[in-house]
Unconditional design. Structure first.
Length: 338
């Protein structure tokens, strides 16, 4: 009996000390990955780091040439869509508010353009910040309406929108994320599981696993990071993302990867059929480890940390009998025309 398989990917900017495209492609290709999600990148190596949705035509063209040179393909756009305030109130946070009509014409439109330029059908996004101190459940109706508008705009371009679980946002727990997915109810919206983002909310592996089960039927792909609960950090109900320092590889920590991936193994055949029917090559596990630090809009692991994180994920996958593929000598021969 053959094992089910996954596609491995990574947020390449985490692997690059200076965020240059050459660093990002070189590190991931050397590790053996064939897929990545772009986020922050210096395409030309001139020292100007941009978010991928802010690149110009010539920069997209240069990045595509590097993809060809290094044999890399884009998994998803590592977008920031939905990481803005839902309501225009001063709640003491630094998060910005953008009226929805303007947001669709600016950030959402730029993100769709990036996906089209870089040949991916997937966009990662979020579920909006509710006013600090308020109950996220009080804002579900508005979040569903605005997410529906974003997802519909993606659908017009033939793209899928992945809604990621994330602290401090309306979809910060498995049950809340599942409720958003059920109420948005669009065929081109799936959810992205990230156990590290749940463990960072002071939750143990069993609690994380139970939240994963709440979103299982809506899954589209997964981000892989892990987090060890810090007993010295007083839990206030809000994650101070700039203080998070306890990210660890996937074979340690409190995100329950063994439990989650063992269950995922049973779901993979149907998940692969679903994603392939939606035009995606398979089910992705995407490494976003934050091993040297993480914050509100990104993280950093370095080339060494990315290697550690990928090998840690491989060890868990081997243990739970999920197959994956890295670059092989046959791939190199094919690239040389043999």
């Amino acid at each position: 009996m053959t094992n089910p398989n996954v596609l491995l990917s990574a947020f390449a900017d985490e692997a690059a000390n200076r965020k240059t495209a050459i660093e990002q492609m070189s590190t991931l290709a050397g590790i053996g990955l064939k897929y990545y999600s772009p986020r922050f990148i210096d395409v030309t190596g001139g020292g100007e780091v941009k978010h991928v949705v802010d690149l110009n035509k010539s920069e997209y063209r240069a990045l595509r040439k590097l993809h060809d040179e290094f044999g890399m393909s884009v998994t998803s756009i590592g977008a920031r869509v939905g990481k803005v305030k839902l309501v225009d109130v001063d709640d003491g946070s630094h998060n910005v508010f953008v009226p929805m009509k303007k947001y669709l014409k600016t950030e959402v439109a730029k993100t769709i353009r990036a996906a089209e330029e870089l040949g991916t059908r997937l966009i990662r996004g979020f579920s909006f910040y509710h006013p600090r101190g308020s109950d996220p459940r009080d804002h579900i109706a508005q979040a569903v309406d605005q997410l529906g508008q974003i997802v519909d705009q993606c659908a017009k371009a033939g793209l899928l929108f992945g809604l990621e679980i994330e602290p401090n946002l309306i979809g910060e727990t498995g049950p809340l994320l599942a409720e958003l997915a059920r109420k948005v109810n669009r065929p081109n919206m799936v959810v992205i599981w990230d156990g590290g983002n749940v463990a960072a909310q002071n939750k143990n592996p069993v609690e994380v696993y139970n939240e994963y089960k709440a979103v299982r039927k809506y899954l589209g792909w997964m981000h892989i990071k892990d987090y060890t609960i810090d007993p010295s950090m007083e839990w206030t109900g809000v994650v101070d993302e700039e203080r998070l320092k306890n990210f660890v590889p996937a074979n340690r920590g409190d995100a329950g990867h063994e439990l989650v991936l063992r269950d995922l193994r049973e779901q993979l055949p149907s998940l692969q059929r679903k994603m392939k029917k939606l035009g995606v090559p398979g089910f992705f596990l995407e490494v976003e480890p934050h091993l040297k630090g993480g914050g509100q809009f990104g993280g950093f692991s370095g080339p060494d940390g990315m290697g550690v994180a990928v090998r840690a994920l491989q060890s868990v996958l081997d243990y739970v009998d999920i197959d994956y593929s890295l670059r092989s000598f046959a791939d190199i021969q094919a690239a040389r025309g043999f």
